[in-house]
Ligand binder design. Structure first.
Ligand SMILES: Nc1ncnc2c1ncn2[C@@H]1O[C@H](COP(=O)(O)OP(=O)(O)OP(=O)(O)O)[C@@H](O)[C@H]1O
Length: 610
């Protein structure tokens, strides 16, 4: 909401001045004083006097009344009419589309000024005619935006879900569709008000709009033109008022769109936020990654209703060359955000509070990803580090042939683009040349994931981050993809891998080491075989017990749910769900106890438990 403050305040001042014009201590805007013709600014007339000796400031303020009310009323009418036509046409299509959107588009065939001339000739000049005329001119623009957005939205799953629930059509249109297409309509509204202000000025300038002597900004520009050489300031004032108001309106609508869209950025973009939030490091304090990657004290925050909430808290782990480290935990434990932080791809709403992610790059440098500029991270992505996403159907561009992102990735890192088929063969696609020419919808889910993997490994990354790469696939294809990843690791000896998953059965097949996360923290880590055989944290033990095996009757579940980041318990985060918790666990937050070279657990009773 803070974002709206400045433009909202400025617009309020302009609108208040226009509304309060009759009670403000201003001279009569139409009273002439020919003796003081074209007089410059003075104490009595702050902005000077025009060619009839009328007070320019009074005419500007009264002119705002006319110009703004015409622009607002016309844009509002155009928005309502256009939105109505566009949504109906886009949702029902067929004849309704013909009678709404296509009919409205007829208006676009006429040059706007000619149409305005026609309407003014028929109805006579004046503010009311102008509102009507501008509304007709701008409504098709809204109709087209609403139509296009409705077409894109009407077949999305959440709209289909509403239909399948039997929700009445009017409710779907009002409650589901409209809020989701509102953002572009708001932008269109800001552009339309600005265009209406300018067109009103233009039409008044041509003598087709507001009738003199009533003031409007367009009329003021028109009359100032004749005396431009003797009194240039007379032209400057209305132009300033016009362009200033248009800029403020654009700013306000842009900010409004950000505020109304929860997916919009609430924070500054990537590197700016990171650089500002983190204390800069002296060269001597830079840790050196013992292996390939070293994550230290990574703490991330998300915006909450009462201020920032910690979603990842002091996460630490290492990845050695050639090692597969699995990050496991229930939904909401912070696995994905940790993976995205390593890629420098955190969503705009998430901010880095502290920590280091040091990568030992191909060029032998130790780079702290959190402190790199966007341009520097971009050079690493696809080369030193690459990522495979969870859902292959949404990570491939539906309009590009599957070979094209691979070729692009190869070329971006200076490799020849013709290796595409070779890579597709390497990831096990049976007819690589055909697959390279196919569109994503022509491939199966497993084949699409193979294409994603081919894109990721195209430039032999040193580190591959795989975020639940098998979750969207069926069990047979899951096994094939896991085999593929293992094969790739074997053939590309030095490549380290971070494998994010909530599925322990999958992890046990692929991981060398396991990092178990709970409520944004690492609660246990160690070699996979040791952790699975002898967990040192009750949460890990519970996760293992709840992994489905052959005998589904013996499946255990973990009572309760992961605490929300804004309602973390005072002591150990797992204590409320833990069968081994003591009163001490509920009052004291445990640190990560390290034992031996390779294992660590965040549990006060880890010794007894182990
Ligand atoms: N863009 C975002 N804005 C605000 N909060 C977010 C955002 N992304 C994630 N979070 C919050 O951060 C926490 C950790 O999310 P994350 O996606 O890392 O969990 P996860 O362990 O990967 O879960 P899953 O397995 O379901 O993907 C959650 O509480 C989530 O609500």
């Amino acid at each position: 909401m803070q974002k709206l403050l400045m433009p909202g305040l400025l617009l309020t001042v302009i609108v208040a001045a226009a509304l309060l014009a009759p009670v403000l201590p201003l001279p009569d805007p139409v009273r002439q004083d020919v003796g003081a013709r074209l007089a410059g600014p003075s104490l009595a007339h702050w902005a000077g006097q025009d060619e009839y000796g009328r007070d320019v400031l009074a005419r500007l303020v009264w002119g705002a009344r006319v110009s703004l009310s015409v622009a607002f009323a016309a844009s509002f009418l155009a928005a309502i009419a256009g939105m109505f036509l566009g949504v109906l046409g886009g949702y029902f299509r067929g004849l309704v589309e013909l009678a709404t959107v296509r009919a409205a588009e007829v208006v676009l065939c006429f040059p706007p000024l000619l149409l305005a001339l026609l309407v003014v000739t028929l109805l006579g000049p004046g503010a009311d005619t102008l509102i009507f005329c501008l509304a007709i001119l701008f409504a098709p623009g809204f109709a087209r935006v609403a139509y296009a957005e409705t077409l894109a939205t009407r077949n999305l799953d959440y709209v289909t879900a509403q239909t399948s629930l039997g929700t009445p059509t009017v409710r779907i249109l009002m409650r589901t569709l409209l809020p989701n297409i509102a953002a572009p309509l708001i932008v269109q509204f800001s552009l339309t008000i600005a265009a209406a202000l300018l067109l009103e000025s233009g039409l008044s300038f041509l003598g087709l709009g507001v009738v003199p002597p009533a003031p409007s900004w367009g009329l003021m520009i028109r009359s100032a033109r004749a005396t431009m050489e003797q009194a240039p300031l007379l032209l400057v004032w209305p132009c300033l008022a016009l362009s200033g108001t248009v800029l403020i309106l654009n700013l306000l609508c842009d900010r409004l769109r950000d505020v109304l869209d929860p997916r919009g950025s609430r924070a500054r973009p990537g590197f700016l936020r990171t650089l500002a939030a983190l204390p800069s490091k002296r060269a001597t304090s830079m840790p050196t990654a013992s292996g390939l990657l070293s994550v230290r004290g990574l703490t991330l925050e998300a915006p909450g209703p009462h201020g920032p909430i910690p979603v990842v808290r002091g996460v630490e782990f290492d990845v050695a060359p050639g090692e597969t480290v699995a990050i496991v935990g229930e939904s909401g434990s912070g696995k994905t955000l940790t993976g995205l932080a390593i890629m420098g791809l955190l969503p705009p709403a998430i901010s880095v509070v502290s920590g280091e992610i040091v990568l030992s790059s191909r060029s032998g440098q130790q780079l702290d990803i959190l402190r790199l500029r966007e341009r520097e991270i971009r050079a690493l992505r696809g080369g030193d580090i690459a990522m495979v996403f969870q859902d292959p159907s949404s990570s491939l561009n539906p309009l590009h042939r599957t070979g094209s992102p691979i070729a692009e990735s190869l070329r971006a890192h200076g490799n020849p683009g013709h290796r595409v088929t070779e890579l597709l063969r390497r990831v096990g696609l049976p007819d690589p040349s055909r697959a390279a020419r196919a569109y994503p919808h022509e491939l199966s889910g497993g084949q699409r994931q193979r294409v994603m993997i081919a894109t990721a490994i195209a430039n032999h990354p040193r580190l591959l981050v795989a975020d639940e790469p098998t979750t969207a696939l069926d069990v047979t294809v899951q096994a094939q993809i896991l085999d593929l990843l293992s094969d790739l690791k074997r053939s590309d000896q030095g490549m380290g891998m971070i494998f994010v998953s909530h599925n322990l059965a999958v992890v046990s097949e692929i991981a060398d080491r396991v990092v178990v996360m709970y409520a944004g923290q690492v609660v246990e880590q160690g070699p996979a075989a040791e952790v699975f055989a002898h967990p040192h944290h009750p949460y890990t033990a519970a996760l293992i017990a709840s992994t489905p095996e052959d005998d589904i009757d013996r499946l255990a579940t973990i009572a309760g749910a992961v605490p929300q980041p804004w309602a973390l318990p005072q002591g150990c985060s797992f204590a409320p769900r833990c069968g081994h918790a003591t009163p001490g666990c509920e009052s004291q937050a445990p640190e990560l106890f390290r034992h031996g070279e390779r294992r660590a657990a965040r549990c006060l009773r880890w010794r007894e438990f182990a």
